[in-house]
Design a protein around this ligand. Structure first.
Ligand code: FES
Length: 571
């Protein structure tokens, strides 16, 4: 395994066996917390606890930490818990994506600055697991991800509810006048009924699946519901296993190789995973010094059948996925498509981990030769509207919109959209293509999840439930519909999206991977010469750092200075 480049001692050993002043200080200050000489001889296991009362999805993490500690002690390690920032989707403004890179930096620096020999990274809500994987890739200290697990299914009138796919449905029907205030409040009370993250195959479930598929979480971790006792067992096992990883000196870069990234992409495609995962995987790859072009996602999607019958693209939720065997069972079904020789945090390979695994419910995990769809969930589109690519979750698109031409109805910014979308005078019909500009990495800023542009109220009332919608924003992994997002380059950088005008004919052809506006080059050049960049959102602080250094969506939205120098030098 990877050689320790510092010296042959563990990092913690360097702190506690030093014969001088600093060794004395490290030992005495640590002993003051109740640890003994014997404890200081053990591998130090950092436990990154992202509990926060501002983050509902992490509300149970203090309890999970107790179980991790139990495992660490049992295996002969010294557990030491530490905090980092915690990012929960529902509260953070303007968007959690603004803070993902900050969390990745916080986590990496905490790992590198302390006597940590190995670390358990406990995450859950959308941006936390990618931030932790980015940090682990950069710090390259032995690490295991423990995800917090999904909520139990919501229940209402015998129906299974999912956050947040049904959040959109309920508020949409309320807006259309089909649901009373009282009915809406009843749904609010029923949908989130336990600890845990969103329980559809949204971004949190996708990233938890990726943590497993890439080899950085123990097999079976992703799908165990948060309140299920087996998640406590998983926490204890994770605590034991990180001590083994430290002893074997297995590090994140031994595990997260290019082939492991390909496994993660295939599992995402077979799962109907979130479009956000593409940005996060590109960012994780970047930290590893690997350039992951969008074409690679499209190639792998084309040869990866969609197998997992989970909302928002399918029927069930994470609770049923757990009962069907979870990620190991899905990976078993598609084993012939995976690189089985990739190392994982078990100390064994993917193929070894899948030995004896079975699919337990064929309604949830479809057979490889009889898939839900012959292709993976996410398609990469290109054309004169998105020369550097755009994404569509094709499995969540209404069939009649997979090939579509319509006239653009353009909103210049998120604020313009809010102001005019429900204006009864808006010139729009069900064939229109709704365009939202200036909602990208620098423009919004940080690509908020507003790519699910609302259907205008007057069309909702006519029964329209899906339209082609295009933006440089992101969408929640729980979204559904003909939503084209991550258009690159973004409008605020002067990308072609900035040049679209009301009435331009826009063409979407998913099969041909085409996103095109029927405007000739001379006219586009004229519009380009008239274009002016919008005013930046920040003139100081972290916000300014963000807009000055964030990369475009096709580059993972990491900060340019966090990408390894070798990779920066190639570009
Ligand atoms: Fe945290 Fe959905 S709000 S995962």
């Amino acid at each position: 395994m990877a050689a320790d480049t510092e010296n042959t001692k563990r990092r913690g050993e360097n702190y506690f066996t030093d014969g001088g002043l600093w060794g004395f200080i490290h030992r005495s200050f640590t002993k003051s917390m109740g640890y003994t000489e014997e404890d200081l001889a053990k591998p130090v296991i950092g436990i990154c606890n992202t509990f926060s009362e501002l983050n509902k999805c992490h509300s149970h993490f203090n309890e999970l930490v107790d179980y991790v500690k139990r495992g660490v002690w049992q295996a002969g390690g010294l557990p030491m818990e530490f905090p980092t920032i915690s990012i929960g989707e529902p509260y953070v403004k303007p968007t959690t994506m603004l803070l993902r890179n900050l969390m990745a930096m916080d986590t990496e620096e905490m790992m590198k600055a302390h006597p940590i020999d190995g670390v358990v990274l406990i995450g859950g809500c959308d941006k936390t697991v990618p931030a932790q994987l980015m940090a682990a890739a950069s710090a390259n200290i032995p690490a295991i991800v423990l995800t917090g697990g999904p909520m139990l299914n919501g229940r209402l009138h015998g129906r299974s509810l999912g956050a947040c796919t049904d959040c959109y449905q309920f508020t949409l029907e309320h807006k259309a006048g089909n649901l009373s205030d009282e009915q809406l409040a009843t749904a609010e009370n029923a949908i989130c009924r336990s600890d845990g993250h969103c329980m559809v195959m949204g971004t949190a479930s996708t990233m938890a699946s990726i943590a497993e598929a890439i080899g950085m979480a123990l097999p079976g971790c992703a799908a165990i519901p948060a309140p299920d006792s087996r998640r406590r067992h998983m926490a204890e096992r994770t605590g034991k296993q990180i001590v083994a990883l430290v002893k074997e000196n297995i590090r994140p870069r031994d595990i997260m190789t290019e082939r492991a990234l390909e496994n993660a992409i295939r599992v995402t495609m077979a799962s109907g995973g979130s479009t956000n995962a593409i940005i996060h995987l590109v960012a994780i790859a970047g930290r590893l010094g690997i350039r992951l072009p969008l074409e690679r996602f499209d190639e792998l999607a084309a040869s990866t059948p969609f197998l997992l019958n989970l909302r928002p693209s399918g029927q069930y939720q994470m609770e049923e996925y757990f009962e069907a065997g979870g990620v190991p069972s899905l990976m078993k079904e598609m084993e012939s498509l995976l690189h089985g020789d990739c190392l994982t945090v078990t100390g064994g390979t993917i193929a070894e981990n899948l030995n004896g695994v079975e699919v337990l419910d064929r309604n949830v995990i479809f057979p490889l030769d009889k898939p839900l769809d012959p292709q993976g969930g996410i398609a990469v589109l290109r054309g004169n509207l998105a020369p550097n690519g755009a994404l569509i979750k094709q499995t969540a698109v209404s069939a009649h919109l997979r090939k579509h031409k319509g006239k653009a109805v353009v909103f210049e910014s998120p604020a313009d959209l809010d102001r005019r979308i429900d204006d009864p005078g808006l010139d729009v019909d069900e064939n229109s293509v709704l365009i939202l500009k200036n909602a990208g990495p620098k423009g919004a800023p940080a690509m908020p999840e507003i790519g699910q542009i609302p259907i205008p109220k007057k069309l909702l009332q006519k029964g329209v439930r899906d339209m082609v919608r295009i933006s440089d924003a992101r969408i929640s992994g729980t979204s559904y519909g003909a939503l084209i997002v991550h258009v690159a380059p973004e409008a605020a950088m002067g990308g072609p999206l900035a040049l679209v005008r009301d009435g331009d004919v826009v063409e979407l052809d998913i099969a041909a991977r085409r996103l095109h506006m029927e405007v000739d080059e001379a006219e586009l050049a004229r519009r380009r010469s008239e274009w002016r960049a919008p005013e930046p959102h920040y003139d100081r602080g972290y916000g300014l750092l963000f807009i000055e250094h964030v990369l475009q969506a096709d580059r993972g939205c990491d900060f340019d200075f966090l990408v390894p120098k070798e990779l920066r030098d190639q570009e």
